[in-house]
Design a protein around this ligand. Structure first.
Ligand code: IFM
Length: 824
């Protein structure tokens, strides 16, 4: 069953039925101001942090029709009937109420049609601004004059911090109040705040000054208002039947000890065929700021820029801001666009997977409908991986964030588990000091954190051509500074310094898998293969720098590691997952539970540690034993009885998340590994199994948005095999993107040029790619009339033939016509 479709021309996903299996969301805003909105206008907004800068409420895990959101009500004053501009919260029967939601790049448009009144609400955060716009257009399509009241509503938090707002009402309800100021409700928290009150425990604003938020109306005058939530909703009612809307009159009261709220009512008349427009504005700022913003949107001068026909004019300021947003996003996404025979692949690569990569890049794991950023910073491994997902689209932004993460590396080579939002390079405490745990709640190193730097740094350098980056100096988090090259060497040293009894790196507090606590003696094969990969990349850099001693050092380490892998971790047709401190082998084929793990097999291939025969053996074993129709399970069989103390995933229900679930992030690694050994058909099969777009017509099974990846899908042991969980903010976005770009499409930049070496399903007979590569445009046509999976016969660049798949940068003009002929 489907609830919508992709519109690739507009780069939108169009939801045609509002009763989706879960809220299907979009992200609006920038790093300074974020807003999550569902297809039914539920969601929340925040300044900088989903937890600590929360402006409006959202109740996690609430009943789906009772989540606060950006609700706009419409009341027909002739008969008192009322509905909402989004299907929720009033939820009229979908037989008579028609709605459509168009999620686009940083904007969402929700339309409704009921009783011949049509509305279209455009929600967005203007580029680089810290407020949001809800622009609603209302049309009377009936033959009668209509008398309507429109109510915009926003449920403010009483405290910036979500937790204080939610559970500490004895405090938070008494520091917040609202005022009515002609065209807006002004909320103020800590009105009597001052420098002196700044050290009061739990105060919203560390500086002690009052905090202001506003909810305003432009383009129409306010007829009545409610600044207190319970006056608007009424006792024993909910958002589906607020008393103010039922009675047709807000109460004109403000909040003083209670729940601050913004409800603005405006009464309008529309002749047959007539349309009108108004704009609700929500943000953080005082009265002057609010008045200034609201006045900008008062003008309703029209500019028609929308590609839809008819009822879609926007006022000039709105259309200008929408264009700015589209330009900002589309110019990034347009750096790689493809036309393959598979629309589901195209929709993800061209728009949605790419957009999700940027959202994870910007917001890390800070705000969603499943969690709300209680962490005050960027998780090391997640962030360094997130960078990989956008390098091919925006290497400048990637470099900035990469620099930050390198400066979050401790002098001993390990990564800080959390790089705080107010990170001060050179001055931070480390996990070895109690101060760090006090500030972040994290007191242990993870074994893998800094190892993610290797694939990210090399991808950045090759995409940008910025080889000098390797010699740029970057401070360490705690003290001292060094070149990027030296940072990388130190990262390797961190793991070499922490080895177990088999001469393999230990797993510490986690090794990518948050549930595997191997400690300071238990060894991890995942980290082993990452370290192997890191050493190979480092050796490549050392070779380019002619650093002979380093080349030798790296090679010796590789030899030793590879010997220990063969000796201790290879079981003839699979690699084990690790060793506990007391010598138990995790992931041995003789184990009754968890006897085959995905990650060591695929990382043996990605790292280059597995030779051709081994690579084929382990990937076949994975395919035969772990693959399902919705992707490959993290291991099998699930932990059910064996209480391995270091394997915390046994707490999860069997078949779920890290306990034999189909964890989504590794799916990108399986795809990549298959492309490395040339299995285009199998790589594509894996890709299709987990491609959200391919599940568009089975949305009732997958449940999550069919345009974005989730964190995990349920495996074969659960009651709901195929159901996916935890939307949007997941490392899956970047791993799958990497596997598509560098693996399947084979777009592999090199120091002085680019390789184009696709690994595709043999059924793809030709396809096109348009890539911006270091300011040159590559218009690439791939001819696979021979129907191979991998292998390039020759390439022509602007008519000149080159054997093999490598194009030197010297061959490139500003715009290039490239033909890639696959085959023997
Ligand atoms: O690797 C982790 C990630 O950092 C957070 N989500 C779960 C993953 C696997 O445990």
């Amino acid at each position: 069953m489907n609830f919508g479709h992709f519109n690739p021309v507009n780069k939108e996903y169009v939801i045609t039925r509002p009763d989706t299996p879960a809220p299907w969301c979009n992200y609006l805003g920038s790093v300074d101001y974020g807003a999550i909105i569902s297809n039914n206008a539920t969601g929340y907004s925040f300044v900088k942090s989903g937890a600590a800068g929360r402006i409006i409420r959202f109740r996690l895990n609430s009943m789906s029709n009772d989540q606060p959101g950006r609700y706009i009500y419409i009341r027909d004053n002739a008969d008192g009937d009322y509905w909402s501009g989004s299907w929720q919260p009033v939820c009229k029967s979908i037989d008579s109420y028609k709605s459509e939601c168009r999620h686009g790049t940083a904007y969402t448009i929700i339309s409704s049609s009921y009783k011949d009144i049509e509305t279209r609400t455009l929600y967005y955060v203007p580029l680089d601004k810290n407020y949001e716009v809800w622009n609603i257009r209302i049309k009377n399509s009936s033959n009668n004059k209509r008398h309507l009241s429109i109510y915009g509503t926003a449920e403010f938090t009483n405290h910036d911090h979500y937790e204080n707002d939610t559970v500490n009402l004895q405090y938070s309800q008494f520091i917040s109040k609202t005022y009515f100021k002609d065209n807006h409700i002004l909320q103020v928290i800590n009105e009597n705040g001052s420098e002196a009150s700044s050290d009061v425990e739990g105060t919203s604003n560390k500086k002690g000054d009052p905090i202001y938020r506003f909810f305003g109306l432009a383009g129409q005058s306010v007829s009545a208002f409610d600044g207190e939530r319970d006056m608007f909703i009424g006792n024993y009612r909910n958002y589906g039947n607020p008393v103010a809307v039922e009675l047709g009159k807000c109460s004109n009261t403000v909040a003083y000890n209670g729940n601050s709220f913004g409800a603005l009512q405006t009464d309008i008349e529309l002749n047959p065929g007539e349309e009108t427009e108004m704009t609700f504005l929500l943000g953080a700022g005082n009265e002057d700021f609010a008045r200034n913003i609201i006045s900008k949107y008062d003008s309703v001068e029209k500019a028609n820029i929308c590609s839809c026909e008819g009822f879609c004019n926007f006022s000039e300021v709105v259309s200008h801001e929408l264009t700015q947003l589209k330009n900002f996003w589309h110019s990034r996404l347009d750096n790689l666009q493809v036309e393959t025979p598979d629309d589901n692949f195209n929709n993800m690569l061209n728009v949605w997977n790419a957009y999700q990569c940027f959202i994870t890049f910007f917001w890390s794991r800070a705000a969603s409908f499943q969690y709300c950023g209680l962490r005050n910073g960027l998780g090391y491994r997640d962030t360094v991986q997130d960078i990989q997902g956008i390098i091919h689209l925006d290497y400048k932004a990637a470099k900035e964030r990469l620099w930050l993460m390198l400066s979050g590396q401790v002098l001993n080579g390990g990564g800080l588990p959390l790089v705080k939002f107010d990170h001060k390079p050179g001055q931070e405490a480390t996990p070895d000091e109690s101060q760090y745990a006090k500030e972040t709640g994290q007191s242990f190193y993870r074994a893998d954190d800094a190892l993610w730097l290797f694939p990210t740094v090399i991808t950045y350098i090759k995409e940008s051509g910025d080889w000098n980056f390797i010699d740029e100096k970057v401070p360490y988090a705690d003290k001292g500074e060094a070149t990027v090259y030296a940072h990388l060497k130190q990262a390797i040293q961190f793991n070499l310094d922490r080895q177990g009894s088999h001469g393999l790196p230990v797993g510490l507090f986690a090794d990518w898998n948050d549930c595997l606590r191997l400690g300071s003696k238990g060894e991890s094969l995942f980290v082993t293969f990452q370290l192997y990969y890191a050493l190979k990349i480092f050796k490549e850099f050392a070779t380019k720098k002619d650093a002979l001693a380093d080349i030798e050092w790296a090679q010796n380490c590789l030899n030793e590691l590879s010997g220990n892998i063969q000796k201790f971790a290879w079981e003839g047709d699979q690699f084990v997952r690790g060793f506990t401190e007391d010598g138990y082998t995790i992931g041995s084929k003789s184990n009754s539970e968890a006897s085959l793990w995905l990650n060591p097999q695929v990382w043996s291939v990605i790292s280059g540690a597995a030779d051709e025969k081994t690579a084929k053996t382990v990937l076949d074993k994975v395919y035969d034993n772990l693959n399902t129709k919705y992707g490959a399970m993290l291991f099998y069989p699930a932990f059910r009885e064996y209480g391995l103390p270091v394997a915390r995933m046994s707490l999860f229900n069997a078949g779920t998340k890290e306990n034999a679930g189909i964890f989504s992030q590794p799916q990108g690694w399986v795809i990549l590994a298959e492309t490395i050994i040339g299995n285009g058909n199998r790589a594509y099969e894996y890709f299709t199994e987990i491609n959200p777009a391919a599940m568009n017509d089975h949305a009732e099974i997958r449940k999550l948005e069919p345009y974005i990846h989730g964190q995990a899908t349920e495996g074969i042991d659960t009651l709901n095999h195929g159901r996916s969980h935890v939307h949007w903010l997941t490392g899956t976005a970047s791993t799958v993107m990497v596997s598509m770009v560098y693996g399947i499409l084979g777009l592999q930049p090199e120091y002085n040029g680019i390789k184009i070496n696709p690994c595709i399903p043999s059924g793809w007979k030709n396809f096109k790619m348009n890539k911006v590569f270091r300011n040159t445009v590559l218009n690439i046509t791939v001819d696979n009339s021979q129907g191979v999976e991998k292998g390039v016969h020759y390439i022509t660049v602007n008519g000149k033939r080159i054997d093999g798949c490598y194009i030197s940068a010297d061959e490139l003009k500003d715009t290039n016509e490239i033909l890639v002929v696959m085959g023997k």
